[in-house]
Design a protein around this ligand. Structure first.
Ligand code: NAD
Ligand code: USQ
Length: 395
């Protein structure tokens, strides 16, 4: 069934290919973005490795190749509440996909300004969306799909798999420790950066609006996204997706692939013993479509899926790229405050039960991303590769 879908943050790395994927499936799409991400590139003096086009040109190109129109509203969802409320009220979306947050942990730790910006932007953005759905009386109509992060759980070794959002616990009586009652709570949050902290706060907003107003919400706890292109962005070069490689916005695997392409040593933080959850951008777009096409029932609690397909240790990824390309591995001082080594096991059956057939890391997929990195390597500014944002003044 065709749905009307509002994509908040539809000009970004995940939002743009998701918009195209949903549009290609026949859904009606409307993008909201304030282009803060493009302004952050200017602030940092860096550009996407790939030559992304202005959004108006991207939309035109999509119309040319697919025949589908995409709507657009330029507004700041953290500040322009009245416009957001009116848009949601007039457009009455079946689903809203919310990508529109400051998503870089290093950017969020650069200075007190960046910490405060990340908190203001992300918390107000999420809360404004929730308020606007309620003020329009669409609590039981509009399904909110939010992009959260695996980082809400904290990256500590556990003997157990991380559950999908909720943990069964036994609350012991203060008077008698022999007595207790079983219940399910949100898995104890343990953010590792100001950015990740905003995502743990988002969870409480969702819990509250679901409990108080009956909002239907899916929170997708996504791992680190790698790759660049999806089936739809490959239709035309004007549709090309963003590729971040700089020390603030570049994520680890794409950074390693770019570093190998330009002959820069692979920047492994610390011992590289950090184990993280990953997903390819092509699976990201599938997961979001599956979540939208299978909404939670009215009255259901916030639905949480771990949107991740595999886990890898950072130094193993570096070694793999080294073996494939010959790039040198460099162990650099870790600018972050994070556990040196951790194991990670993740429950991720939810999206697979809805039909996701995960694509996992393979030489073929790595080669494809390497081709993109190789093709546009002349656009790389090597001086922007080192990660300079430090979690503490003295690490
Ligand atoms: P991105 O920065 O490329 O895209 C975010 C988009 O939202 C940008 O186009 C930006 O201009 C817009 N935006 C931000 N604040 C806004 C506001 N107040 N009003 C309107 N527009 C606003 O980020 P991304 O990589 O596409 O990530 C999207 C979402 O997915 C984020 O919430 C992020 O936390 C989550 N996520 C990303 C990854 C990843 O590896 N990229 C992994 C897990 C989760
Ligand atoms: N790392 C390196 N070398 C590098 C860059 C990173 O060793 O050159 C290490 C980091 O120290 C960290 C790990 O790689 O241990 C992952 O770092 P990252 O920058 O790839 O990912 P992260 O900061 O966790 O954030 C990214 C996205 C964020 C999303 C998150 C998912 O930017 O939006 O929420 O991945 S998760 O990690 O699961 O929380």
């Amino acid at each position: 069934m065709q749905k009307r879908i509002l994509v908040l943050g539809g000009d970004g790395f995940c939002g743009w290919p998701t918009t195209l994927h949903l549009s290609a499936r026949g859904h009606e799409l409307h993008i909201v973005d304030n282009f803060v991400r493009r302004r952050q590139d200017e602030e940092l003096g860096v550009q996407s490795l790939t030559p992304i086009r202005p959004l108006s040109e991207r939309i035109e190109a999509w119309r040319d190749v697919s025949g589908h129109d995409l709507g657009l509203s330029t507004l700041d969802i953290a500040r322009d509440y009245a416009e957001l409320k009116n848009l949601i009220g007039q457009w009455r979306p079946d689903a809203i996909v919310h990508f529109a947050e400051q998503r870089s942990a290093p950017y969020s730790m650069k200075s007190s300004w960046h910490k405060r910006f990340t908190v203001d932007n992300n918390l107000n953005a999420t809360h404004n969306v929730l308020c606007a759905i309620v003020e329009n009386g669409l609590e039981e109509y509009t399904h909110l799909v939010h992009l959260g992060t695996m980082g809400v759980y904290g990256y500590k070794t556990s003997r157990f798999k991380l559950p999908e959002g909720y943990q069964r616990v036994r609350i012991l009586s203060h008077e008698n420790q022999e007595e207790g009652e079983e219940t399910e709570i949100l898995y104890p949050p343990d953010p590792g950066s100001i950015y990740h902290m905003t995502k743990t706060q988002d969870q409480l907003f969702f819990y509250y609006y679901n409990k108080n107003d009956g909002l239907r919400i899916t929170d997708l706890h996504q791992g680190i996204v790698w790759g660049t292109e999806t089936a739809e962005t490959l239709y035309d070069e004007r549709l090309i997706n963003r590729f971040d490689y700089d020390g603030d916005f570049g994520t680890v695997l794409n950074r390693f692939i770019l570093q190998a392409a330009v002959g820069h040593p692979l920047t492994v933080h610390g011992t590289g013993g950090q184990t993280r959850a990953f997903i390819h951008i092509r699976d990201t777009v599938q997961c979001i479509r599956l979540a939208i096409e299978h909404p939670p029932a009215t009255g259901e609690r916030v639905r949480v899926f771990n949107q991740t397909t595999e886990t890898h240790r950072v130094r193993d990824l570096a070694r793999l790229i080294h073996e494939l390309t010959g790039a040198e591995m460099q162990f650099v001082d870790n600018p972050r405050n994070e556990q040196v080594e951790n194991e990670l096991q993740v429950e991720n059956q939810g999206l697979q039960n809805l039909g996701l057939q995960p694509i996992t890391l393979s030489a073929g997929l790595l080669a494809e991303v390497s081709e993109v990195a190789g093709k546009y390597q002349h656009r790389c500014q090597s001086s922007k590769i080192p990660a300079r944002s430090r979690w503490r003044t003295q690490n």
